[in-house]
Design a binder for this molecule. Structure first.
Ligand SMILES: [Zn+2]
Length: 182
């Protein structure tokens, strides 16, 4: 596969088979999820979420014909979303006490360890960090954490101490913060 602007980190040759993927799609508490297959130190970049960059209008039209796929789309900018299709991003589940955070760096969406992660741990992130004030989507949560919020919604509805902590860690992207400013 050639390197292209749309897929900057695509391998230029077949990956070495002696280096297994650092994560796997496995059965977890609520369906399938991404699970670490190795140790990661805090701040490690675990993987890049790849997919098709689509408009907000495209995601809206997707809700009718394929709501599961629409729900898997991740906000990518003021008017765009990343549609992971069947790629790993479709299996990156939410947790109210997440092990990882998403960071957008240029055109890349990276999954970064918020703490040390052991093999077998699920690679969750907090969906609210990428839900703008104009994102109407909400989700019931059954993540099992003591701090579970039960309903997941736009970032500006996060409990104040959680939002403050996330902001301090740089987990709320500028294009998400901007949705709350009129
Ligand atoms: Zn929860």
């Amino acid at each position: 596969m050639p390197r292209t602007a749309a897929n900057p980190a695509a391998p230029t040759r077949t990956p070495r088979t002696d280096r297994p993927a650092p994560y796997a799609v496995e059965q977890v508490r609520n369906g399938r999820g991404l699970v670490a297959t190795q140790r990661f130190p805090r701040h490690a970049v675990i993987l890049e979420l790849r997919g098709r960059i689509v408009s907000a209008a495209t995601v809206w039209s997707m809700w009718d014909r394929d709501p599961r796929r629409a729900a898997n789309c991740i906000r990518f900018g003021p008017e765009s979303y990343l549609d992971p299709g069947e790629r790993p991003g479709a299996f990156a589940n939410h947790s109210c006490e997440p092990a990882t955070a998403l960071f957008r760096e240029g055109r890349r969406l990276l999954v970064v360890a918020l703490r040390a992660i052991k093999p077998g741990e699920e690679l969750t992130h907090d969906y609210s960090t990428f839900l703008g004030a104009d994102d109407v989507w909400t989700m019931r949560c059954n993540c099992g954490e003591a701090a579970c919020r039960r309903r997941i919604a736009r970032f500006d509805r996060l409990p104040a101490p959680t939002l403050e902590r996330y902001r301090r860690l740089g987990m709320i992207p500028g294009f998400i913060e901007a949705t709350a400013i009129d």
